[in-house]
Design a protein around this ligand. Structure first.
Ligand SMILES: [Zn+2]
Length: 63
């Protein structure tokens, strides 16, 4: 039994706009880039940032 369901809703399996199924490769790209353009409807799928590892320091520097 490998019921290892790690569905936390981070990655889309289908386009939220036109419901076109994303290929596993597109899902990988989406995970890496956190953005992917659906080839069917050209909707830009964007994932919310998971790891805020790079905090914006620009404003601090401007002070
Ligand atoms: Zn789409």
């Amino acid at each position: 039994m490998k019921d290892n369901i790690e569905k936390k809703g981070e990655v889309f399996e289908v386009c939220p706009h036109c419901n076109a199924r994303l290929t596993s490769w597109e899902q990988v790209l989406l995970k890496v880039d956190r953005a992917l353009i659906c080839k069917k409807c050209w909707y830009k799928i964007i994932l919310p940032p998971e790891n805020p590892l790079e905090p914006l320091v620009d404003e601090e520097l401007k002070k």
